[in-house]
Design a protein around this ligand. Structure first.
Ligand code: 0X9
Ligand code: ZN
Length: 407
């Protein structure tokens, strides 16, 4: 018994020690950004880890290591971007959240075939849940097998269909950015709803990938809560990973430093996870009507393109569908998502998944949803926030699907 006790202690200690410490890391918050400040912030965001999506009229949040803090503070001062320290030391917060999540995982075990919305599920739990769901609903559900991640995890999503021939299709992926833990529960909620409602399956075939970056997602559970990228090492650099949302083969931008959070990779689709999603999108271009990438955070509904503010041909429809969706979200509890063009409302990007789906001519309706933030910085809402977020976002996504299929 004593031995068992020591082993458990060592395991718990070991997992705590393996976790990246954010001791001394600060979170800085700027004043609402002016249009004049945007180019500076865009440039800084290539080097520093801005959280969420800096945009005009909103404060930007950036996480900095103790070494980087004086550098960015000096840059803000030079550019007259006023700022304040919103978290002076992330270390204790992250450790507290890790312990709380672990305690919930032990206290609230997942029931078979039921997704958990009271705690954050691990990748293995989500994968098992998808398989149980398919096993329990063989008439309408099947595994969407997209292959393997870099570290060999299964890229398993789910297809929900009534089996009619010639159906249109809709796609949702969640957590292509590893640390955006609030996203997978939204994908799981979509699965719950579509399974329960044959009329939704009459509208279209639904493809849902709850964890699009399983290596990164797992790593954010075991080692580093704020990991964003994939986990493939980069040749000639000690920095690991590529930003999967810069790695798609649409206007992919080769310039980038592997040590930044937005490294686009060594080539377009260098990341197997992105190649697998891209391949699905291009091979289903004929049926795909709607593509949605679920991210956090910012309460935004973003539509293409990320590389230009020039309106795309069906911009009116994109805005109308996005606005109907935002209205449905607001009707639940008042949270107002704003509908914006990625480049105009945010920073310029190349190689993002939504732009790929739209740009290659696959999905006429293509969006990134930035869910609500929470926690010490934004990517770490407490588990108690999950239910509220999925409850308000599901009606918005349902409306989006209905609108895009009807128009
Ligand atoms: O920068 C991103 O990849 C997304 N924001 S996040 O904070 N979740 O990293 C926004 C992507 C929006 N879409 C395009 N820019 N195309
Ligand atoms: Zn993201």
């Amino acid at each position: 018994m004593k031995l068992l006790g020591s082993i458990v202690f060592l395991l718990v200690l070991g997992s705590a020690l393996a976790y990246k410490s954010y001791s001394g890391y600060q979170v800085l918050k700027t004043a609402p950004l002016t249009p004049a400040a945007m180019p500076y912030v865009n440039r800084l965001s290539r080097r520093f880890d801005f959280w969420g999506t800096p945009s005009v009229g909103r404060p930007a949040t950036v996480m900095v290591s103790p070494e980087d803090a004086p550098i960015i503070i000096a840059a803000f001062n030079r550019m007259r971007i006023s700022h304040e320290v919103s978290v002076a030391d992330l270390g204790p917060e992250v450790e507290k959240e890790r312990a709380a999540n672990e305690a919930l995982r032990l206290a609230l075990p997942r029931k078979p075939r039921v997704a958990a919305y009271d705690r954050y599920m691990t990748f293995e739990e989500i994968d098992a849940h998808i398989h149980e769901t398919v096993d329990g609903n063989p008439d309408v559900a099947s595994i969407l097998d997209l292959g393997l991640s870099y570290e060999g995890r299964e890229l398993h999503g789910i297809k929900l269909s009534n089996g009619a021939a010639g159906q249109k299709s809709v796609w949702f992926d969640c957590a292509i950015h590893a640390r955006e833990w609030i996203a997978p529960p939204v994908c799981l909620r979509i699965i719950d709803e579509v399974l329960a409602d044959s009329a939704l399956r009459d509208l279209a075939d639904w493809y849902i990938l709850p964890v699009a970056n399983p290596d990164g997602y797992s790593y954010s559970h075991t080692d580093d809560r704020f990991w964003r990228k994939t986990r493939r090492p980069n040749q000639g650099s000690s920095c690991v990973g590529t930003d999967p949302n810069r790695n798609f083969d649409f206007l992919w931008d080769s310039a980038g430093d592997p040590c930044t959070e937005v490294f686009p990779g060594s080539s377009a689709f260098s990341e197997p996870e992105c190649g697998a999603i891209g391949n699905f999108i291009s091979s289903n271009a004929d049926s795909l009507v709607l593509y949605v990438a679920v991210h956090s955070y910012g309460e935004l509904i973003l539509y293409p393109f990320g590389h230009t503010v020039e309106p795309v041909p069906n911009v009116d429809d994109l805005i109308a569908a996005g606005t109907a969706s935002a209205d449905a979200i607001a009707a639940v509890g008042g949270t107002r998502y704003s509908v914006e063009n990625s480049a105009a409302g945010l920073y310029f990007t190349f190689g993002a998944s939504d732009d790929y789906a739209y740009g290659i001519g696959a999905a006429l309706y293509s969006y990134t949803y930035e869910l609500s933030g929470g926690g010490s910085g934004g990517f770490n809402p407490p588990a108690s926030a999950i239910q509220g977020v999925v409850d308000e976002v599901w009606p918005g996504l349902k409306t989006l699907v209905e609108y895009s299929l009807a128009n």
